[in-house]
Write a protein that binds this ligand. Structure first.
Ligand SMILES: Cc1ncc(COP(=O)(O)O)c(C=O)c1O
Length: 385
């Protein structure tokens, strides 16, 4: 392993060289079953043939045009994406989740300024949230652990505790707040689905006070929970949606989508991104959308997720205190620390994630089959024993 990388990640002692379907292979040829999908990125598994074909064909045709022009493939991808996100009218294509959330904050602040005048720029977010690593998206991230060493942060962010309606009512001040950003299921802090009554209250306050409702679907979106977007399960309509991770199945990409209120908020010169809407990413994203918007495919994601949850629940394992999540976004709380379990799974050829100190996180590719699920869970059970 090289040591020239900056020391930003807690790297495990493995170097991968290749992937195929639900498996990764390290440089020595050892095979690992992947319950991580690159943290919700490789949603169609590794080297998914239609994705490989689309990227290969696109790279032979056109890799990049500057934002003076459209490309045919990014136009087709953008239209398909807007059509897939109910209530959304326009999209800005970016490269990452943080960049998508930066765009969402800019849109919310400009909308509020144009419509209500200055002083109404606060963005509310939830404690335990994760919205990115840039200075602004760290501000939006409601976890103290990330707020050290890098200040001063972007001003104008406040945090509320999910479930506390009185605090929400007070925080969503119509004279100072532009928007609220929410993950329907918090990923990084431990697979924590929001409560329906809380989301209904957020949506009601937002509508009454003209505060923009922003859903960060970067980890939980693109089919991961068995609906195309995770907020669909709550029956509310956001004003802005952010996407990244699985959007282009492994090619870097992000997107911020705007509904009726904010579709025309940004004007020429307000925002930009050299690689946003890159033809290679767009070609890959088109395949992802074609696959993942199919209702039968989404149903299978839900079924496989239920299979994983019910199997683990059936163990009645003394080290597992709770299993939760939706679709193929699953967390298991342990009585012991998650990291040593993750390391032991790695040694046995199973890749899993942690989320917080005691939670194991499973985000397998949607293309995983039942036999692979059984194989992975058998390894996990043996490790826990
Ligand atoms: C919910 C959520 N938002 C934003 C981000 C940041 O995305 P990126 O790492 O692509 O900037 C992440 C990454 O884990 C995420 O899970």
């Amino acid at each position: 392993m090289t040591d020239v990388f900056m020391n930003t990640y807690h790297r495990l002692p493995v170097t991968f060289a290749k992937g195929e379907g639900s498996y990764l292979f390290d440089v020595n040829g050892k095979r690992y079953l992947d319950f991580t999908a690159g943290i919700a990125v490789n949603c169609l598994g590794h080297a998914y043939p239609p994705l490989v074909k689309a990227i290969g064909e696109q790279t032979a045709k056109l890799n990049h045009v500057c934002n003076y022009y459209q490309s045919d493939v990014s136009a087709a991808f953008a239209e398909k994406l807007v059509a897939a996100c109910a209530g959304m009218k326009r999209v800005f294509l970016a490269n990452s989740g943080a960049e998508a959330n930066e765009g969402a904050c800019k849109i919310a602040r400009k909308y509020s300024l144009m419509k209500h005048g200055p002083g109404r720029h606060t963005i509310v977010s939830l404690r335990g949230s994760f919205h990115g690593r840039t200075i602004t998206t760290l501000s939006a991230t409601g976890q103290d652990v990330f707020h050290k060493d890098f200040g001063p942060f972007t001003e104008g962010f406040v945090y509320v505790q999910s479930g506390n309606l009185a605090e929400l009512d007070q925080a969503l001040d119509k004279n100072s707040v532009a928007g609220i950003i929410i993950e329907a299921i918090q990923g990084e802090s431990g697979i924590k689905p929001q409560d329906s009554a809380y989301i209904a209250a957020v949506a009601k306050f937002c509508a009454e006070r003209d505060i923009l409702l922003i859903f960060d679907e970067i980890q939980c979106g693109i089919g991961r929970t068995g609906t195309f977007l995770a907020y669909e399960a709550y029956g509310v309509q956001p004003d802005i949606v952010t996407l990244a991770k699985g959007l282009c199945g492994g090619v870097p990409a992000g997107a911020v989508l705007a509904g009726e209120k904010t579709a025309d908020t940004l004007s020429t010169g307000d925002h930009g991104s050299t690689f946003g809407g890159n033809p290679l990413a767009a070609a890959a994203g088109f395949v992802v959308l074609e696959t993942v918007t199919n209702p039968l495919f989404l149903k299978e994601i839900a079924r496989k997720g239920n299979l994983i949850q019910s199997t683990i629940r059936g163990w009645n394992h003394p080290k597992i205190t709770e299993i939760r999540g939706r679709g193929l976004m699953i967390g298991a709380d342990l009585t012991v620390e998650a990291w040593p379990i993750l390391e032991a799974c790695l040694a046995q050829g199973l890749l899993v994630l942690s989320a917080g100190k005691n939670t194991l996180r499973f985000l397998p590719p949607y293309t995983i089959n039942d036999a692979e699920i059984s194989e992975g869970l058998a390894i996990l059970k043996a490790v826990l024993a």
